[in-house]
Design a protein around this ligand. Structure first.
Ligand SMILES: [Fe+2]
Length: 279
């Protein structure tokens, strides 16, 4: 049997409101998360861990975090989360008191070890602002943590992309101090992936020499408007999550990211019959 990879699922931008309320008057984000949790629970092989990369709540309020926790309760997999611009640090601290935060106040950074991988969760939120910025304390912690080992691959997670995706109203609120992050990433070859959210779209680029992704959302997508043709808008597109898979091996092994659609789809059906011939 081939070895099973280490599987890290990433879900992002849940935007949970109080029960019964719709995001932007029309998106049932609670239903979308229910479907997402079901998809994660059903996926085989079971992911080893789930990272939620920000915008867990929407307004935010304590009632929204209570609702979020009820919706996440059926999730059978271990998870951790970082704030986005729709979150509030202290409310998140209160909602997830068992989390092992690197700092006792301020940014909610976390290091999580999963089967030979380091997951470094960076809090890029700026209280009451839509854009992202990594605090000096976060940058210092990241550099020191990366320096503490040279062998283990490290995956970085943060809410705000450190690059412009070409959707200008979102690019104006991405990570403002991306240069400071790039300096650290270039210093530590064990960083194998930078995984973000915020734009509700599957996106891939290179940043500081490392593959860098935006995770799609379980609910609505930011309209792919690359020329400011329309007012800032969203569309209901196929919901999805990311599955980062790692095969240990020479050097830092091999890391592959899959996009997994959320929903019920026909199949799987065999390609071959009992006689080994193509059907
Ligand atoms: Fe966001």
């Amino acid at each position: 049997m081939p070895q099973k990879p280490v599987c890290i699922a990433q879900i992002s931008d849940l935007h949970i409101k109080r029960p019964g309320a719709m995001a932007y008057g029309r998106v049932d984000t609670a239903k979308a998360l229910e479907r997402c949790v079901a998809a994660l629970n059903e996926f085989t092989p079971a992911p080893d861990f789930v990272v939620i990369s920000g915008d867990l709540a929407d307004t935010p309020t304590a009632e929204e975090y209570d609702h979020l926790k009820r919706l996440l309760a059926p999730l059978k997999l271990p998870f951790a989360s970082i704030p986005g611009n729709h979150d509030a640090r202290e409310m998140m601290r209160a909602a997830f008191p068992a989390s092992n935060y690197a700092q006792s106040s301020g940014p909610l950074d976390q290091r999580i070890e999963i089967a030979g991988l380091d997951l470094l969760l960076l809090d890029s939120s700026v209280p009451s602002k839509p854009h992202g910025q990594l605090d000096p304390a976060t940058l210092e912690w990241l550099n020191a943590t990366l320096a503490s080992s040279s062998q283990r691959p490290a995956l970085l997670f943060l809410h705000h992309p450190p690059f412009g995706a070409g959707i200008l109203h979102m690019d104006r609120q991405n990570l403002f101090n991306a240069d400071a992050l790039a300096l650290i990433v270039r210093r530590h070859p064990r960083v194998r992936l930078v995984a973000t959210g915020h734009v509700h779209r599957a996106t891939l680029t290179m940043f500081a020499g490392v593959p860098t992704t935006i995770c799609p959302a379980p609910n609505h997508a930011v309209d792919l408007d690359l020329a400011e043709l329309r007012e800032p808008s969203f569309r209901i597109e196929p919901p999805a999550f990311h599955l980062h898979t790692w095969f240990p091996g020479e050097g830092f092994g091999s890391l592959v990211t899959h996009q997994v659609p959320i929903g019920q789809f026909d199949g799987p059906h065999p390609f071959f019959g009992p006689d080994g011939k193509l059907l």
